[in-house]
Ligand binder design. Structure first.
Ligand SMILES: [Zn+2]
Length: 267
């Protein structure tokens, strides 16, 4: 059995309104203290190492100026926070990355791909098709050429998959649609059990908890391409996870805050 370690790496911060993003309006009355002001969320990627492989789950966000201009005002990527700089700091050459797996292809998950000269890029086939030809509502999310800019994955060969797919022994992708049309989550075997890199299938771990008063099995987020698929993905992920603590989300502040105490998961 192949065991991997998981190293979360932060690539910047994106401010969002919790009421508009993290929690669907129907649950606001059941959650205490949801802020109505912007809260900066981390933008995490995950380096998986094991069995002779180095795999990156998402490549993170772009530089501050671009993030502010085309995406969320107030976003920032501090000096040294770009994914290639972060990998340099821990002595991981970008050309030693074997695979970059995209949970989805939004702008904050797909930058600096030129550095990964030997990697195979992998996305769900539904996601890649939509990323190339989104409805205009999502032009910014995927940095469509309509905006007059070059999208981060332009010219890259993207290998597409569907259904449940084992990338290498110990690393499996499964469909968790909803946040975007072809969103995937990545399940990773470690010495401390199976972890799930859940991308943006949820924004907060709280999204996986039930609200019995209204019969909700989960607490849906407010930002999605399809709420029914989002709901089902929350249920599927929760069912699959060994525990809620085994779900690693791209924008979960508590995970970011735990990094200094636990830089490597599954060791
Ligand atoms: Zn994201």
């Amino acid at each position: 059995m192949a065991n991997f370690t998981i190293r979360p790496i932060n690539t910047g911060f994106v401010p969002t309104y919790p009421k508009q993003y993290h929690y669907h309006h129907s649950v606001h009355a059941y959650i205490e203290g949801i802020k109505d002001e912007k809260e900066p969320l981390p933008v995490l990627t995950f380096l998986l190492e094991g069995n002779g492989y180095r795999i990156l789950v998402d490549a993170g966000m772009c530089w501050t100026e671009r993030a502010n201009k085309y995406h969320h005002p107030g976003s920032w990527q501090a000096p040294g926070e770009a994914i290639f700089e972060q990998l340099e700091k821990i002595n991981i050459p970008c050309d030693s990355i074997n695979y970059v797996i995209f949970t989805h292809m939004h702008w904050d998950h797909t930058f600096y791909l030129d550095h990964f000269t030997k990697a195979i890029f992998i996305a769900h086939e539904r996601e890649y098709a939509f990323a190339l030809d989104p409805i205009p509502l999502y032009y910014k999310s995927y940095e469509h050429p309509f905006l007059g800019i070059t999208r981060p994955f332009e010219g890259k060969k993207i290998d597409t998959i569907q259904g449940e797919t084992e990338i290498v022994e110990g690393v499996r992708c499964f469909e968790s649609f909803g946040h975007s049309p072809g969103h995937m989550s990545i399940e990773v075997d470690t010495l401390n059990g199976r972890y799930i890199c859940g991308g943006d299938s949820a924004f907060r771990l709280r999204n996986f908890e039930p609200i019995p008063e209204i019969g909700y099995t989960v607490t849906p987020p407010a930002r999605f391409a399809d709420i029914i698929e989002t709901w089902k993905s929350l249920e599927i992920t929760k069912e699959r996870a060994e525990s809620i603590d085994h779900i690693l989300l791209s924008h979960e502040t508590s995970l970011y805050e735990s990094l200094s105490a636990r830089p490597i998961i599954g060791a």
